[in-house]
Design a protein around this ligand. Structure first.
Ligand code: SGN
Ligand code: CA
Length: 557
């Protein structure tokens, strides 16, 4: 229900259409920019060593204008689940999108619908990744599934599923469509525009002008690069997301010269890269070859092995990833410029975030999924001149289910009762807040599929993290994925693909806990679960976890 306090305060007679329009104008515009897989480590405002070598001046400019959140976390570190949290303000088990291919419960209210009903004009451009038509948008222009970096296909308002190719680079095209929407929008209404970049999702293909941009940079290895997971349970050992073994030399590191035609995995990786490169125009392909061909020649001649090879992979992974980020940063700059040039900067809330965190070699990994810090943690910067303290930092625990309630409260719309997240507005002043959450609930469900990260849930407080890994192991776990063994579905074909490429390991069932003291051990190298002296804290956290499961009605584990 939409309650505009200003309207309620007006005498009824004064509520002519002029007054309504004026009040509507005073409500803030919302520009929400979300990247796909943008790690905190790759934003210079957050200050990581790698980001200093490949800075993001425009995202930093936004941070200077607003508030940088140091403790923003996702509930389920995966794209579609995260997007479902954003759009509904609900945890995964409440919004139906627990796994990547599961499909959101589209009967849930999307915050965009409420904004639209209350007089906002709403737009969405870029990666949508939910298996349902965008609801509550006057305009949408969305990529097909994960989207392609080069010459991608988009479907527009009312034409859902009808994807048409556009020539150019995804990040640039998305920015252009965002600006197009801003130019053509109904200017009598406040706007809410969601800009969802495809970048920097795997396989990190930079725009032609940025290819090789960091070729001469040597990025420092993260402290935990050679983690041996000595104190952890089996999940950290059985995952398939380490740079050393799971990162593909052909698809991910772009070395097709390594093709082994008799090896099915090598062939799949090759076909995947060739599929992507086959999209390039001859001009784009020439720019690609100018960098990758000599780089690959040099690599093939070097015959690297052991750590030298793993570090070559790391360097080239980070180089490509950061070059992809360069375009994202430029896009942020263009959108901020647009707001300034059109006098919209003071009345627009700008949010920058990602759909989750990402590993940039920490623990030897890429990808996400785990409840460990790098993947659970996500960037969040919010600017709103006059309302959010400029250049401030917020340490309170916030989560992606809070975004929808925040937008609603800023628009003066009462949050629907079932919406679990809370508005971040009380934090905007940068002052201490009397009552705020002291813990977060996390739940990852997507096993067994890409990267083989085991199911787990857990709680994180400011200082501690308790994780419970559970569930059947290997192929037998498929029976728990109700959607995965339905013949003819996309999920089922992915399952078959993984099975045929011997992806599933014969992993054991698991049911164990890990405990970390984030203050003493910020890199989570020392699992304290079961250790002497931790009994009291463990008991407290166990109780907290049980409370979350009960109040939230979690049906697994
Ligand atoms: C693809 C990627 C995975 C990635 C998932 C989910 N493989 O399947 O590496 O974890 O997407 O990513 S790829 O070979 O197709 O690139 S998410 O961001 O959409 O959740
Ligand atoms: Ca993602």
């Amino acid at each position: 229900m939409y309650i505009d306090k200003k309207i309620l305060a007006l005498p009824f007679m004064a509520m002519g259409s002029m007054a309504m329009a004026q009040t509507a104008q005073q409500r803030p515009n919302i520009l929400y920019i979300m990247c796909d897989d943008h790690a905190i480590q790759a934003i210079s405002a957050y200050g990581s060593p790698i980001s200093k070598l490949a800075p993001t001046p425009n995202i930093d400019r936004l941070a200077r204008r607003g508030m940088l959140f140091n403790n923003c976390f996702v509930e389920n570190s995966l794209s579609a689940p995260s997007r479902a949290c954003l759009i509904t303000g609900l945890y995964s088990h409440q919004n139906g999108q627990r796994q990547l291919f599961e499909g959101i419960d589209s009967s849930q209210t999307f915050f965009s619908e409420l904004l639209q009903q209350s007089g906002y004009t709403t737009g969405l451009v870029g990666k949508w990744h939910l298996l349902t038509e965008p609801k509550g948008f006057d305009y949408y222009h969305v990529l097909d599934d994960q989207g392609k970096y080069y010459n991608p296909t988009f479907a527009s308002t009312g034409q859902y599923g009808n994807y048409k190719q556009e020539m150019g680079y995804a990040t640039t095209l998305i920015t252009e469509h965002a600006i197009e929407y801003l130019n053509n929008r109904d200017k009598s209404k406040p706007f809410c525009l969601l800009v969802h970049h495809k970048a920097p999702h795997r396989n990190w293909m930079p725009d032609t002008k940025n290819i090789g941009k960091y070729a001469d940079v040597t990025f420092p290895l993260p402290e935990t690069f050679y983690d041996d997971y000595a104190t952890r349970g089996s999940a950290a050992h059985t995952q398939k997301m380490n740079i050393a073994h799971a990162m593909e030399m052909i698809q991910d590191l772009k070395v097709p010269e390594l093709l082994e035609p008799d090896n099915i995995e090598s062939m799949t990786s090759y076909n995947s890269l060739m599929g992507e490169l086959g999209r390039l125009t001859s001009q784009q392909r020439a720019a690609w070859d100018r960098y990758y061909l000599p780089r690959n020649r040099e690599f093939m001649e070097a015959h690297l092995t052991g750590n030298e090879l793993v570090e070559w992979k790391y360097q080239n992974y980070v180089r490509d990833y950061m070059a992809v980020i360069q375009s994202v940063d430029e896009s942020v700059g263009q959108l901020l410029d647009y707001l300034e040039q059109h006098g919209l900067d003071n009345n627009t809330i700008v949010v920058y975030t990602s759909d989750q965190g990402f590993y940039m070699g920490e623990h030897g990994w890429f990808d996400k999924r785990f409840m460990y810090e790098e993947s659970m943690h996500t960037p969040l910067i919010i600017s709103y001149p006059g309302h959010v303290k400029a250049g401030s930092v917020c340490d309170y625990l916030v989560q992606n289910i809070d975004f929808a309630p925040t937008f609603l409260s800023l628009a003066g719309i009462e949050k629907p009762q079932q919406m679990t997240g809370v508005s971040l507005e009380p934090l905007f002043a940068g002052e201490p807040v009397k009552k705020w959450r002291e813990s977060l609930y996390y739940h990852y469900y997507d096993y067994p599929t890409f990267h083989l990260v085991r199911k787990h849930d857990g709680v994180r407080t400011e200082r501690y993290k308790l994780i419970h890994f559970y569930g059947k192991g290997g192929e037998s776990a498929v029976s728990e994925n109700k959607y995965m063994n339905v013949r003819g579905t996309r999920e089922n074909s992915i399952y078959n693909y993984l099975k045929n490429s011997n992806y599933f390991q014969d992993d054991a069932d698991v049911d164990y806990y890990e405990l970390y003291d984030l203050q003493a051990d910020p890199h989570e190298l020392n699992n304290l679960y079961g250790q002497k002296g931790t009994e009291k804290e463990t008991k407290k956290l166990m109780k907290l976890l049980a409370e979350y499961r009960k109040t939230l009605n979690v049906d697994e584990p």
